[in-house]
Design a protein around this ligand. Structure first.
Ligand SMILES: Cc1cc2nc3c(=O)[nH]c(=O)nc-3n(C[C@H](O)[C@H](O)[C@H](O)COP(=O)(O)OP(=O)(O)OC[C@H]3O[C@@H](n4cnc5c(N)ncnc54)[C@H](O)[C@@H]3O)c2cc1C
Length: 462
């Protein structure tokens, strides 16, 4: 517990990171007045579960709400103000300008210390027709409810998803499951472009096999619903053509949601994210930031990065909350671990990819191989493809990526732990990983691919 040097802690954002921050501040300092300001009508929701509400796997949006407002107010003595949008601030006066409710009434709220956990915001492409009523974005419960209402009332038959990253593919899967014929339009060379070529190719093939069309090196140039047509115009190297669609989903990436800080001197970094140090403190002493609106240290590159994941949001929130309440904890950073389940395939990544390794000046090698998720003696084993990136000089693992039918999540976490602790492939090769025939093989695929790397390095360095 810390002494009270001040009294009034305000948190902007009532989801993963903001509530982790407020809760930790309360745990260590029972005397603080803690207020969370949330612009929307929901707090504490599972953003990551929202695609399952669209596919119908999760029946009600309420099922994705984690803790109710009363829980924070009564059990944690944290005041929650919903419908409170922070529209500006004056750090010199420690004041926030708030717009409240539908009436958009303005009010000022003062703070002694502030934690900004305002998340990310969707990047909206500037194309004609983007404001049509059949165009949707997807970041929160209200977005999911709007989309679901539209689907239930309009029974769309064809959808275009703009953007072939994780969110786009999760929604393409959800649409496919409820019988909406879906085309993913991706302007880059491939979907899941932040993954190695081999991994994203396996996913693209699976998508096509499952009936989701993938168009790469293709851009949307207009959405034509406003002019009465249910089409979107796309353009690739061969020219322009119209695609039929009654629903357009935007999944064109996010940036940090920091627009309301534009007139302040709070320093912003990569992707508009609030620059923070390893204590989650911003360029202003009394202001902390966490989650998708803040920069994060990449443990592998040592640089400030933007890694908007829920796993990072809750941890950075916890540290920001502790420090804003008087603590002195350090957040060491992230290795960028992500895992998704798309079209019955688990796909995961941690550390850096081969291109990044080269651009950072590593003499790196990339190894790829296929494995069985568990022993052949027990039916039902699935294939897993693993790629690892290894520094030939230090023999350290720099990155790992995987795709497969099962057992990917378990294994990516081993790689994440190894990268965080700067382990060499020699160490990981002999790591004591669990075995039972229904779960793994006696040499786990993690051991095996690192064994392969050891052989390659020995040859390379001979
Ligand atoms: C569809 C989808 C699936 C995802 N799946 C995964 C996954 O499987 N695994 C994973 O790790 N990550 C996943 N993510 C990312 C993950 O949801 C985010 O990293 C996480 O929610 C970030 O938490 P946060 O609290 O920083 O931001 P948010 O969850 O965005 O919360 C920010 C809150 O601040 C409020 N707010 C914003 N501006 C203001 C303002 N000016 N005034 C007041 N309140 C404001 C917002 O309304 C919001 O409630 C997914 C994201 C999406 C969209």
């Amino acid at each position: 517990m810390y002494n009270n040097l001040y009294n009034n802690l305000v948190v902007i954002g009532g989801n993963a990171s903001g509530l982790a921050a407020a809760s930790q501040a309360r745990r260590i300092n029972p005397d603080l007045n803690i207020t969370v300001l949330e612009s929307g009508k929901y707090i504490s929701y599972s953003t990551c579960g929202l695609p399952y509400f669209i596919s119908g796997y999760v029946k009600r949006a309420e099922d994705l709400l984690v803790y109710p407002k009363d829980f924070f107010e009564q059990k944690r003595n944290i005041k929650i103000l919903m419908g409170h949008i922070v529209v500006g601030m004056d750090p010199s006066k420690k004041e926030l300008l708030i717009s409240v409710g539908q009436a958009q009434e303005n009010k000022i709220i003062e703070y002694d210390k502030l934690i900004i956990s305002s998340g990310g915001t969707n990047i909206i492409p500037d194309i004609p027709g983007i404001d049509s009523s059949n165009v949707f974005q997807f970041r929160n419960v209200s977005d999911a409810e709007n989309l679901k209402d539209y689907i239930d009332s309009n029974n769309p038959k064809k959808a275009v998803v703009i953007g072939g990253g994780a969110i786009g593919m999760l929604l393409a899967e959800a649409f496919n499951q409820i019988g909406i014929k879906t085309t993913v339009v991706e302007r880059k060379e491939r979907i899941y472009d932040e993954f190695e070529y081999e991994i994203s190719t396996i996913l693209a093939r699976k998508a096509e096999m499952d009936g989701v069309d993938i168009l790469t090196k293709t851009s949307i140039t207009s959405i034509n619903a406003n002019s009465g047509q249910n089409t979107a115009t796309i353009e690739d190297a061969s020219g322009k053509k119209d695609l039929e669609c009654d629903l357009v989903m935007l999944a064109t990436g996010i940036s940090a949601n920091t627009g309301f800080l534009t007139d302040t001197s709070i320093e912003l970094g990569i992707n508009g994210a609030i620059k923070v140090d390893n204590k989650l403190q911003s360029s202003h002493m009394n202001i902390y930031a966490s989650g998708d609106c803040a920069t994060i240290k990449n443990i592998v590159t040592g640089k400030q990065d933007y890694i908007p994941t829920a796993n990072n949001a809750v941890k950075t929130g916890r540290i920001a909350g502790e420090n804003a309440a008087g603590g002195n904890k350090v957040f060491n950073g992230s290795v960028g671990t992500v895992v998704d389940k798309v079209l019955d395939l688990e796909i995961a990544s941690t550390g850096i990819g081969s291109k990044e390794a080269v651009s950072l000046g590593y003499d790196a090698i990339k190894l790829i191989d296929g494995f069985s998720s568990h022993a052949g003696s027990v039916p039902g084993a699935k294939k897993i493809a693993i790629i690892i990136i290894v520094d030939t000089t230090s023999r350290r693992l720099l990155g790992a990526q995987m795709i497969g039918g099962e057992g990917v999540g378990k294994r990516i976490d081993v790689f994440a732990t190894a990268i965080t602790n700067e382990m060499t492939v020699d160490d990981i090769y002999m790591l004591d990983l669990s075995y039972a025939p229904a779960i793994s093989t006696v040499w786990d695929p993690v051991n095996k691919i690192c064994g392969k790397a050891v052989l390659a390095l020995d040859k390379h360095n001979r």
